[in-house]
Write a protein that binds this ligand. Structure first.
Ligand SMILES: Nc1ncnc2c1ncn2[C@@H]1O[C@H](COP(=O)(O)OP(=O)(O)OP(=O)(O)O)[C@@H](O)[C@H]1O
Ligand SMILES: [Mg+2]
Length: 243
């Protein structure tokens, strides 16, 4: 693999973020390789979600985030970036079904004017994330945590993103499907060449699927490199210090 420092898709240089008077990211420099799966590891509060928000352009930062795509990605737009947030705040009484949500996201007509083609597309979107077709007519606010995460992944994949940012996307996925869920994300990365940045606490799955790892400790990079160079699970306290 090309080392990300040589040809990174995204290059972060001395990225600093201050929130509520505290410096959360304290000079993060790292590379995210194109077409590969990068895992971001770290203890709770290390700054992982904050880093994804920087990549999304959602929060103010100092330093440089350089996108090297051959065209202007200095302001990545939702068309080429898919995002599954860690927490989804679904408003109570949101009068939307999953089908409506998909139609809105795809800029289609409202459901009552939907065509057979739209229906097939929506079913295909759920099939990709191994969700039952029964979800289509459910109210979004009634979905379980894992069901909502699958729907969000389906939305993030449509249209095919160039960059897919996943913040603990399988935290609510049940144990029977968690391994398949990671397999599916790895398959999307391999078949579509999508650059994936995945925040995860699933160390074994990260070791199996990620090509590149960035470990954050208290807002700085404690490790960057291939997962086989990570310390053994028993030695991780050399990288991660609580408090
Ligand atoms: N808007 C904010 N104002 C003040 N502090 C914030 C704000 N947002 C996040 N923080 C703090 O910044 C730190 C990093 O938060 P972040 O959500 O990036 O952590 P994380 O690594 O994603 O953790 P987790 O594994 O728990 O999801 C935390 O201590 C959090 O409390
Ligand atoms: Mg987080």
């Amino acid at each position: 693999m090309t080392h990300p420092e040589v040809h990174p898709f995204i290059q972060l240089a001395n990225v600093r973020v201050r929130l509520g008077g505290t410096e959360i990211l304290r000079g993060v420099s790292a590379g995210i390789p194109r077409g590969r799966m990068t895992a971001i590891l770290g203890l709770n509060g290390a700054g992982k979600t904050t880093l994804l928000k920087v990549l999304l352009g959602e929060i103010a930062f100092e330093g440089v985030v350089g996108f090297r795509c051959g065209h202007d990605h200095s302001h990545p737009s939702p068309r080429n970036v898919g995002y599954v947030p860690q927490r989804l705040r679904v408003e109570a009484n949101l009068p939307l079904t999953v089908r409506d949500l998909f139609a809105l996201a795809l800029n289609e007509r409202p459901m009552f004017m939907g065509t057979k083609r739209d229906q097939a597309k929506h079913l295909a979107m759920l099939t990709v994330v191994r969700a039952g077709h029964g979800l289509l007519d459910r109210w979004v606010e009634t979905l379980s945590g894992g069901e909502l995460q699958r729907v969000m992944l389906a939305l993030a994949l449509e249209p095919h993103p160039e960059l897919l940012l996943l913040d603990e996307p399988a935290s609510g996925i049940d144990f029977l499907d968690k391994l398949r869920y990671y397999d599916d994300i790895a398959a999307i990365n391999a078949s579509e060449g999508t650059t994936v940045v995945l925040v995860s606490h699933e160390l074994e799955l990260v070791r199996r699927h990620a090509h590149h790892v960035i470990a954050l400790n208290k807002g700085v990079v404690a490790f960057e490199g291939p997962p086989d160079q990570l310390p053994a699970t028993g030695g991780l306290d050399s990288l991660f210090v609580r408090g």
